[in-house]
Each structure stands twice: as structure tokens, then as C-alpha cells.
Write a protein that binds this ligand. Structure first.
Ligand SMILES: Nc1ncnc2c1ncn2[C@@H]1O[C@H](COP(=O)(O)OP(=O)(O)OP(=O)(O)O)[C@@H](O)[C@H]1O
Ligand SMILES: Nc1nc2c(ncn2[C@@H]2O[C@H](COP(=O)(O)O)[C@@H](O)[C@H]2O)c(=O)[nH]1
Length: 186
């Protein structure tokens, strides 16, 4: 596959399907850079500031909205999330491929703004698997409940995405992601 370039790869899909794990492992060392989202939710245990998210206060998030900092924002339950327009534009100008991890509204918004340079890779697993995986790693009831409530809405987005992967076996998922991405970069 040839141009358009540079690409914006978006990992979307059902929450808890393994998007972060699979995307980071597949693209480590690839030269494709992760742009973390900003959020006004507090960090959860085992999250890494500046790697998973840029954590900001509610007031900071308000100010950033008012100064048109974001290319897109979304509110999910109690918290807001957004991607800084500046990072996307800097990457575009320097020819840098990037990847983002977004829900369906964010994926649509970025696709609308950046067109065919945006490649959406949809990861999912069935609802029971989401619950089992999260409970086995001690995720709070509040988070598991939120992911399961949003599941049906999120899973229907797959028909809009360029690629769909059921993340049953992590090694196979990583290999699929690498192969998809390589197809765009060669
Ligand atoms: N194929 C797999 N098999 C078993 N466990 C997996 C697999 N892929 C990811 N996991 C585990 O599932 C859990 C959720 O993964 P991860 O946090 O990457 O999901 P996510 O979709 O990014 O979630 P979020 O919606 O919280 O951003 C993690 O504990 C991860 O190690
Ligand atoms: N539209 C956007 N969605 C985002 C962004 N950053 C993360 N997300 C999605 O939010 C939910 C909840 O995430 P959690 O880490 O609090 O469980 C999940 O689907 C993320 O992919 C963003 O900047 N824009």
C-alpha cells in the first residue's frame, strides 16, 4: 500500500479488550510513536503517568478546552479525555507515524479531520472475557461495571473500522497488528 502518509493508527474497540497491551507491544521499537491522551480522571494503580495518560486537573482540562488545545474530547461517565491537536499536527508536519487509543467518538472525530491517513484497528473480546480478565487483575468494581455497560455500544463500531481483530491470543494479535501496520508502511 502506498501513500497517504504519515499515518495515524487508532486502536479502538471494546474497553478492556487489550488495546493498550497489544498496541504497545506490537509497536515497540517500530518508530511509530504513541500520543497519550489527556484525562481529568485520577490515575489507577499500575498506570504510568505520561505513558498511559497525561493526567490533568478538572480546571486544567477546562482551560485546555477553552484554549482550543484538543483535536477531540469525550466525556465517559464522570471523566473527560482528549487528544492534543498540537501533537498530531507536529507529527504530520515532521512525517512521523503515530498511534492513539480512543473510543468510537474519538476515532470518528480524528478520521473526519485527518481522512484516509487514519487507520482504525478494532480490538474486541466477548463480554465474559472482558470481565474475567479485569477481575483477575483486581480491577475495581466501578471500572468493570463501566466497561460492561458500554460494551454493546462499543462493539457495534467494528463495522466502521478498517481492520478487526478478536484478541484471544496475545501473540497472534501482536503478529496481526505488525502485519497490518507493515502493509501501510512498505
Ligand atoms: N490476549 C490476551 N489474553 C489474556 N489477557 C490479555 C490479552 N490481551 C490483554 N490481556 C490483559 O487484559 C487486561 C486488559 O488489557 P488492556 O489494559 O491492555 O486493555 P484496554 O483495552 O487497553 O483497556 P482500557 O479500556 O482499560 O484502556 C490486561 O490485564 C492485559 O494484560
Ligand atoms: N475519544 C477519546 N477516547 C479516549 C481518549 N483517551 C482514552 N479514551 C477512551 O476512553 C475509554 C475509557 O478509558 P479508561 O482508561 O478511563 O478506562 C476507553 O475506551 C479509552 O480508549 C481520548 O483522548 N479520546
Amino acid at each position: 500500500m502506498a501513500l497517504p502518509s504519515p499515518y495515524i493508527f487508532i486502536f479502538t474497540g471494546t474497553s478492556g479488550s487489550g488495546r493498550k497491551t497489544a498496541a504497545h507491544q506490537a509497536l515497540r521499537g517500530s518508530g511509530i510513536v504513541h500520543i497519550p491522551s489527556c484525562t481529568d480522571r485520577p490515575p489507577r494503580s499500575r498506570e504510568h503517568p505520561d505513558s498511559d495518560y497525561r493526567y490533568v486537573s478538572e480546571t486544567q482540562f477546562d482551560l485546555m478546552c477553552r484554549s482550543d488545545f484538543f483535536a477531540e474530547t469525550v466525556r465517559i461517565d464522570r471523566y473527560r479525555y482528549g487528544i492534543g491537536r498540537r501533537y498530531l499536527n507536529m507529527a504530520s508536519e515532521s512525517g512521523q507515524h503515530v498511534y492513539l487509543i480512543l473510543n468510537r467518538e474519538g476515532s470518528d472525530a480524528i478520521r473526519e479531520q485527518y481522512g484516509e491517513r487514519v487507520v482504525r484497528i478494532f480490538l474486541y473480546v466477548d463480554k465474559n472475557t472482558v470481565q474475567e480478565r479485569l477481575e483477575s487483575k483486581g480491577t475495581s468494581y466501578e471500572v468493570v461495571d463501566s466497561y460492561l455497560r458500554h460494551y454493546n455500544d462499543e462493539v457495534t463500531y467494528r463495522k466502521h473500522c478498517e481492520h478487526i481483530i478478536e484478541n484471544v491470543n496475545l501473540k497472534e494479535t501482536i503478529a496481526r497488528i505488525k502485519s497490518i501496520v507493515d502493509g501501510y508502511l512498505k
